[in-house]
Design a protein around this ligand. Structure first.
Ligand SMILES: [Cu+2]
Length: 258
């Protein structure tokens, strides 16, 4: 499995996700899913869904969000702490009572940054505020996919145990269509609070999708959240075939070199 995984990582992230998803219960990967909901008090008229595949300590992450402040970078992370409540923030987490939930105030609920869901480069907590490497939500929407994200065993276990959260930051309290205002960020005093306060949050839990049979999807919840992801996976299946061809070619050339 190890050598094959290494080769498969060369194919696009989505096809890796599809490989893990369609492989079904026999696969080592856990499929986790969460609905992204507005953080109380912070006023984002947004929504989304996230899926994280956990294969050992390697993650593949997909999330979609809509209704965010358009054309502004939205930091996004996987949050977790052993001592956290493993929940998304409640209005009662507004510790200073000023009517908004800062990233820090949400900490007791979702913990600290464990993975930075950047579009390129480093994904460690060091990149938590790497604003030039987060999706800027063109038109207010984000479609994010990235594979080969390495995490600690603790974080991998937290995801599989339903204790980690996907959090998307960036709000627009005054509705002026941009990050600004007098209140500065609790994380970086050079940034407005609007740029870093949490907009959306979802706790990831192991999904029935993990046992989805190839070629058929059981839906009964009436939710469309999963359907969108099924579309992504179906698209990924085509890429998987291309990825498989790549894998075969790689093996043949490896043989030919002997
Ligand atoms: Cu965060």
């Amino acid at each position: 499995m190890r050598k094959r995984t290494r080769t498969a990582l060369a194919v696009p992230a989505l096809s890796l996700a599809a490989a893990l998803a369609v492989a079904g219960p026999a696969a080592a990967a856990d499929t986790t899913q969460g609905e992204l909901s507005p953080v109380p008090l912070n006023g984002a008229d947004a929504s989304g869904t996230a899926m994280v595949w956990v294969d050992g300590t390697t993650l593949t992450v997909e999330f979609e969000a809509e209704g965010l402040l358009a054309d502004s970078p939205h930091a996004a992370h996987i949050h977790y702490a052993g001592a956290a409540r493993h929940e998304c923030p409640a209005a009662s987490d507004d510790a200073d009572g000023d009517g908004t939930i800062t990233t820090t105030e949400g900490g007791p609920a979702y913990g600290s940054v464990q993975v930075s869901l950047t579009t390129e480069g480093d994904t460690s907590p060091d990149s938590a505020l790497a604003v030039d490497r987060f999706d800027a939500a063109s038109g207010g929407d984000i479609t994010y996919q990235r594979g080969s994200i390495e995490v600690t065993q603790e974080v991998a276990d937290a995801l599989a145990d339903g204790e980690a959260a996907v959090v998307v930051h960036g709000v627009d309290y005054d509705g002026d269509g941009m990050y600004g205002g007098d209140k500065m960020s609790d994380l970086d005093p050079s940034l407005p609070a609007e740029a870093t306060d949490p907009a959306l949050c979802g706790i990831m839990t192991v999904s029935q999708m993990a046992e989805m049979p190839e070629g058929g999807v059981q839906t009964g919840s009436g939710s469309t959240a999963g359907v969108e992801n099924v579309g992504l996976i179906a698209g990924g299946a085509a890429a998987l075939i291309a990825g498989g061809a790549l894998l075969v070619r790689t093996r043949r050339s490896a043989r030919a070199e002997r």
